[in-house]
Design a protein around this ligand. Structure first.
Ligand SMILES: Nc1nc2c(c(=O)[nH]1)N(C=O)[C@@H](CNc1ccc(C(=O)N[C@@H](CCC(=O)O)C(=O)O)cc1)CN2
Ligand SMILES: Nc1ncnc2c1ncn2[C@@H]1O[C@H](COP(=O)(O)OP(=O)(O)OP(=O)(O)O)[C@@H](O)[C@H]1O
Length: 213
């Protein structure tokens, strides 16, 4: 069971994010993309896995970031959640997050969770992923994040690690999403960087993942 305070903090953070007007959110997304594109972990990546935003949820938009990376000829992949049996795994009952090839402008469809996904699903080579741009509801000063509570990214990052793939994990969001401390659980996978409209924050996670109460 996730930490008892996560659900309440998640609900507040989702509500707060939705109060950002769309035009401001777009300007902040562009500013954050410029910051991210200057980071060596992205500029030098063989391939980048990044999310496609749910605009209604006012997630930080990755469109400028994706265009900037594509202009540098960096291959892109985006998450697809398999809601059927295609990629099912006994350990991942709710479906598994996999990486499919993405080019800006590709036709998209809505997943069963409401996130956009490419209509054309061609699996990417996950061994090439040097950076993962992770969506988040909230993040803290040690790099621990709150997502939508389904564990897709925690399991995805752990699965990559198990394959021997350890990309730079980059949270992408609004500065208002950065909290001093969030509750965390033993399965939470910490981020290395958080990029927002104002700054790039580098994290040095706790050695002891016993986490905070
Ligand atoms: N843009 C984006 N893509 C993503 C994720 C994400 O968080 N953001 N995911 C991360 O795992 C995966 C999809 N999983 C998801 C799991 C739950 C919900 C969810 O609970 N959505 C809310 C609606 C959003 C809102 O209004 O805030 C809902 O259905 O109530 C969304 C996506 C992969 N792709
Ligand atoms: N490596 C893992 N193996 C099995 N289950 C996992 C793993 N990582 C996370 N989970 C499960 O996923 C759920 C994650 O809940 P939590 O509240 O921590 O989500 P979150 O960090 O907001 O999710 P997400 O990673 O989707 O953004 C928990 O029920 C947890 O048991």
């Amino acid at each position: 069971m996730p930490h008892r305070h996560k659900a309440g903090i998640r609900a507040c953070a989702i509500r707060a994010r939705k109060s950002i007007p769309a035009t401001e959110a777009l300007a902040m997304s562009r500013a954050a993309a410029l910051r991210a594109l200057a980071e060596r972990e992205l500029k030098g990546a063989r391939a980048v896995h990044l999310y496609l935003p749910m605009k209604a949820a006012v997630e930080m938009d990755t469109a400028s970031l994706a265009c900037g990376l594509a202009a540098m000829d960096i291959p892109l992949m985006v998450p697809v959640i398999d809601c059927g049996n295609d990629y099912r795994n006994e350990d991942e009952e709710g479906g598994r997050l996999v990486s499919v090839v993405y080019r800006p402008g590709m036709p998209l469809v809505r997943s069963c969770f409401g996130s956009p996904e490419p209509l054309e699903r061609s699996l990417g080579d996950e061994y090439m992923i040097d950076a993962v741009v992770v969506p988040l509801v909230a993040v803290d000063r040690s790099g621990y994040r709150l997502g939508y509570g389904k564990g897709f990214y925690d399991r995805f990052l752990a699965r990559l690690q198990h394959m021997g793939v350890r990309p730079c994990r980059i949270g992408f969001g609004f500065s208002m999403q950065l909290h001093d401390r969030l509750p965390c659980d033993p399965w939470d996978e910490p981020l290395d960087l958080f990029v927002d409209e104002n700054a790039v924050t580098r994290f040095y996670p706790y050695q002891d993942k016993a986490c905070h109460e």
